[in-house]
Design a protein around this ligand. Structure first.
Ligand code: HPA
Length: 234
């Protein structure tokens, strides 16, 4: 089995209903279509805010369904020109700046203590397939972005964005961590695609404005289409 974890729009591309799956960490809303498991990161109706998502439950469902490869998708704000608003890119590294989110399976309580390396989280074969699928659709894709995850739900201050840029972050969002740490802890092959819906705080003279409506929907569906093509080619 392979999987996609996405924020929105999957409900629009798969015909099968979403069901509640129970895991030892909590409930997950997901659907299976062929050999692909679709997980609604924020649950049905987008009810869970980024800091309240049950990342442990979502990721442990991958384990119990024997998922070998997963693609996660994330809306982000642009910090550098490496990813312009409306464009898509692959995450190659991250800065986890979240607080108070359960972030490990191996805490020495439920499972033994382990210090899992995070220097090689994203899978090369999946990365290649995502790039191939994008190129075949005549879409440019940024191949290597550093994503900083903030806790949210508030957006960042201008000084925070200046600081994150100086640390090497290209994009900012609220959902990459601890999702990818947990997936990597379980040894599941992973690729994360992000798409930019705004310039981060202080980078657009007119203030913060988000791509919304039809163009946002189109962008999200395009990313899901690429993710599905990539997974089916593995
Ligand atoms: N900041 C944090 N998360 C986001 C943003 C942003 O500017 N845009 C989309 N997700």
């Amino acid at each position: 089995m392979k999987a996609i974890i996405a924020g929105t729009a999957i409900e629009q591309i798969i015909n099968k209903p979403f069901k509640v799956y129970h895991t030892e960490y909590g409930d997950v809303d997901a659907s299976i279509d062929g050999d692909i498991l679709f997980i609604l990161r924020h649950r049905s109706g987008h009810t869970d805010a980024p800091h309240l998502i049950n990342y442990l439950a979502n990721v442990s469902l991958l384990e119990s369904m024997d998922v070998s490869h997963v693609i996660t998708t994330h809306a982000v704000g642009s910090i550098t020109e490496r990813l312009l608003p409306t464009n898509i890119g692959l995450v190659s590294d991250f800065i986890d700046f979240t607080q108070q989110r359960p972030f490990t399976f191996f805490d020495g309580v439920k499972r033994p203590l382990r210090h899992v390396p995070m220097n090689d989280v994203f899978d090369d074969e999946l990365r290649f397939q995502v790039i191939r699928a994008s190129v075949e659709r005549n879409l440019r894709i940024s191949p290597a972005l550093t994503y900083i995850t903030t806790n949210g739900p508030r957006l960042e201050s201008k000084a925070e964005i200046r600081a994150y840029r100086s640390w090497g972050a290209d994009v900012v969002g609220m959902t990459l961590n601890p999702e990818v740490n947990l997936i990597h802890e379980l040894g599941i092959k992973l690729s994360s695609i992000c798409f930019s819906i705004n310039w981060a705080a202080g980078l657009d003279e007119e203030g913060i404005s988000f791509i919304e409506g039809e163009s946002r929907k189109k962008l999200t569906l395009r990313v899901l289409d690429i993710a599905l093509d990539a997974l089916r080619s593995i």
